[in-house]
Design a protein around this ligand. Structure first.
Ligand SMILES: O=c1[nH]cnc2c1ncn2[C@@H]1O[C@H](CO)[C@@H](O)[C@H]1O
Ligand SMILES: [Zn+2]
Length: 358
């Protein structure tokens, strides 16, 4: 098989469903913003700080991985900072060849200096718009949808769910819950999910990352999640032998085409997978689950959408056919309207991969 050059992967259109705004800052921006507000960082040289994030997140535990976010959230407490971080996010994703992205963050974490929830949401939306406009001007069009996240350990999910509905015609395309998983089951936030279902809204739930099947089962069968954030532990319900055997939950997830937002590098860092080569994405793809490839936190993993794809190419020998399959899976699973998803698939993704596939 012909190896795929990294630059070719960058040029190919990609779709990203699981990326945290506060996990994707440029190290140099963290340094500048921290200086402006007097926040003490573990390092002030951007390259050194970038390494610090990756090394600290390389902890083998989700809880310790999440501790690193204290330094990004601390510098995202003003309208200007939120605007800048969102604009740079749009530019960075577009430069990496991402044509569609859903970027998430938790508005409740950005109120430390007196902002109201609405100000947080509007600053980020304006930043995305500005960044996307600049990217389009540079010949790199990108469409960005926002997901509003509520923190699983906190008690503001209903409020954040309502906020996501209020801004749904202005760029917010869905809702999510994140944070430590063990001890904080999704059913703690059942009211918010039932409210969203009554509002015909879309949501995904971080489940099956640090905790296994009960979390996935609750997310789908109690809460009605459209997609699973990670969901990688669904493999616990698959018996691998000569013929893999799916348990009832795994079969349900596959039969219903429930999208799995898999994040290979992030999973290796938190200990959910031993290595990229041993990541369950190989098995889940072979079994034709609705698998998507995602970055989770570009800063904490020192990664990008192209890099995640390249790692999979290297570990599993994937070619353009598989990369196209991941990309179309993601686009099919996006929270924007069906006709808009189809337009991106037919007008952008398929023509580009047709050329690559030769
Ligand atoms: O992989 C993850 N699992 C669970 N929570 C996460 C993950 N990555 C980030 N966050 C959490 O989501 C918040 C909002 O973006 C982040 O501040 C972080 O605490
Ligand atoms: Zn995540």
């Amino acid at each position: 098989m012909v190896a795929i050059a990294y630059e070719e992967i960058v040029k190919a259109p990609k779709a990203l469903l699981h990326d945290h705004l506060d996990g994707g800052l440029r190290p140099a921006t963290v340094v500048e913003l921290a200086e402006a507000v007097g926040h003490r960082l573990p390092a002030t040289d951007p390259a050194e700080l970038g390494r610090w994030f990756v090394e600290s997140a390389d902890s083998g535990s989700l809880e310790r991985y999440l501790e690193t976010f204290a330094h990004t959230v601390a510098v995202m407490q003003t309208e200007d900072a939120l605007f800048r971080v969102a604009a740079e996010c749009a530019l960075d994703l577009a430069a990496d060849g991402v044509v569609y992205a859903e970027v998430r963050y938790a508005p409740e974490q950005h109120l430390e200096q007196g902002l109201r929830l609405e100000q947080v949401v509007e600053s980020v939306l304006a930043g995305f718009e500005s960044g996307a406009a600049q990217a389009a001007g540079a010949g790199r069009p990108i469409r960005i949808g926002t997901l509003l996240t509520a923190m699983r350990h906190a008690a503001r999910s209903q409020e954040i769910a309502e906020l996501s509905v209020r801004y749904r015609d202005h760029g917010v395309v869905g809702f999510d819950i994140a944070g430590a998983e063990a001890g904080f089951p999704p059913t703690r936030h059942l009211d918010a999910f039932e409210y969203l279902q009554r509002e015909n809204s879309h949501f995904t739930i971080h489940a099956g990352e640090a905790f296994g099947l009960p979390s996935i089962w609750q997310a789908i069968q109690w809460c009605g999640a459209d997609r699973l954030g990670h969901g990688v532990r669904i493999v616990d319900d698959i018996t691998v032998g000569e013929q893999p055997v799916l348990g009832r939950l795994a079969a349900y997830v596959r039969d219903k085409r429930i999208p799995l937002e898999l994040c290979p590098s992030s999973n290796v860092q938190t200990g959910a997978a031993a290595s990229i080569a041993e990541h369950p994405i190989g098995l889940l793809r072979d079994l034709r689950f609705r698998v998507t490839v995602n970055t989770d936190n570009r800063l904490m993993s020192g990664t990008s959408m192209s890099r995640e794809m390249a790692l999979l190419v290297e570990a599993f020998g994937y070619g353009w056919a598989e990369l196209q399959w991941f990309t179309i899976n993601a686009m099919k699973s996006a929270f924007i309207p069906f006709d808009e998803r189809l337009a991106i698939i037919n007008e952008t993704i398929k023509p580009a991969y047709a050329k690559l596939l030769g």
